[in-house]
Design a protein around this ligand. Structure first.
Ligand code: AMP
Ligand code: MG
Length: 369
């Protein structure tokens, strides 16, 4: 992954520092924080570890364990998995002998490339969504996204010269974004591009896949944990300090106001947010962010943030991007059709919409008991 620290990463870093330094007060303005301190009477203590070296973000693990050694054993396994996935999903760097995303994007049009199981699983999962007609999140859209990436990066480095990508360039690239041209062979675990100009960009789902994979390691290793990979959070069993839930904050997109828009009380759930304030550049006074509508080939302006709560982080990540691109009414229909998926939308006028089920988790929406 490119090692450029984004707003998302900086925000998460602040969060991490708050977690480490403040003992986690309820008023902390952060996407994830614990509300109270540890009860030692049950023999478990709270530990945490932070990593800055994967997925272009700040990764924080909070876990309950009987002692530091037990926590470290579990955390070592979790962070090894994160490192391994970071390399496999890296679209910018090659690693000796590893057929990672970078390798695939450079070789899969010449011949089928045998890939690691995790990359194959991620691609197969996305292929199923494509086949089912969910195409607003299209990880085969790398040809278009890389143009935006190039202009955004240049515009961030030299804001006075920031430009929009020419529409004819985007349209030409959009001829090469059909996921039908990503040919997967389960028996050989290979991927082949039948369109030589197709490129994959898995940024919309990679952290979600990783959060699920690491959560399954942690479920085996720790009685309770909270994992944060930037905007992707996985909350395991309830914290062992007397509380029944983890508190997960949803950031207020309006940075002039309080940092937390909503607090979700959850356990055994993932919470994923896509927002227009994470990664953007400015051209002629207007912000252009990183979530591109495949229909218009432009950053979608229908939402400022979409938060998904469910049990599968890859699904949450996929949907947070898809529902960011869809108008509210259409996104609401998608959400209502999916069991166990709750959604909170923040619209450009600042208004908030939520599925009925979301109101059971969101502190400000709960019916008074
Ligand atoms: P997320 O923050 O999960 O919404 O993912 C955003 C990232 O996904 C961007 O940085 C792009 O790499 C990629 N992306 C942007 N728009 C799309 C889209 N419509 N479909 C698939 N990937 C996208
Ligand atoms: Mg996503």
């Amino acid at each position: 992954m490119q090692r450029t620290f984004t707003h998302k990463a900086v925000f998460s870093l602040l969060l991490t520092l708050m977690l480490v330094c403040s003992g986690c007060s309820a008023s902390a303005q952060s996407p994830v924080y614990a509300v109270s301190t540890v009860s030692s009477s049950i023999g478990f203590q709270r530990f945490s570890r932070t990593d800055l070296n994967a997925f272009d973000t700040v990764i924080t693990l909070i876990g309950f364990a009987q002692d530091q050694a037990a926590f470290d054993r579990a955390a070592d396994r979790a962070f090894e998995k994160i490192q391994s996935l970071d390399h496999i999903f890296d679209g910018y760097n090659a690693y000796d002998g590893l057929h990672n995303l970078y390798y695939v994007n450079h070789h899969a049009a010449q011949e089928p490339v045998e890939i690691p199981e995790d990359l194959f699983s991620l691609l197969s999962w996305c292929k199923e969504q494509w086949a089912a007609g969910r195409r607003e999140t299209n990880i085969g859209m790398g040809a278009v996204l890389s143009i935006w990436h190039e202009y955004r990066t240049a515009g961030m480095q030299h804001p006075e010269e920031a430009k929009l990508p020419p529409m004819d360039e985007l349209i030409a690239a959009s001829e090469h974004i059909s996921f039908d041209d990503v040919v997967l062979d389960r028996s050989k675990q290979t991927v082949f591009f039948s369109d030589p100009d197709l490129k994959l960009d898995i940024g919309a789902v990679a952290k979600g896949y990783a959060a699920d994979a690491v959560a399954s390691v942690l479920y085996e290793e720790m009685p309770s944990f909270l994992l944060s990979l930037g905007g992707n959070v996985y909350a395991g069993n309830a914290p062992l300090d007397g509380r029944t839930n983890w508190a997960v904050g949803v950031q207020n997109p309006d940075i002039t106001e309080n940092g937390t828009k909503e607090i979700l009380d959850v356990h055994d759930k993932t919470v994923v947010t896509s927002g227009d304030y994470w990664r953007y550049y400015t051209v002629d006074g207007q912000r252009y962010h990183h979530i591109i509508d495949p229909e218009t080939l432009m950053p979608s302006r229908k939402m400022v943030s979409v938060t998904i709560l469910c049990e599968s982080s890859i699904l949450a990540d996929f949907l947070s991007t898809a529902l960011f691109v869809l108008p509210y009414e259409e996104g609401r229909q998608v959400a209502d059709s999916l069991e166990g998926v709750e959604v909170m939308w923040i619209l450009p006028d600042g208004s908030v919409q939520a599925t009925d089920g979301m109101k059971d988790y969101a502190r400000s929406m709960k019916a008074p008991s």
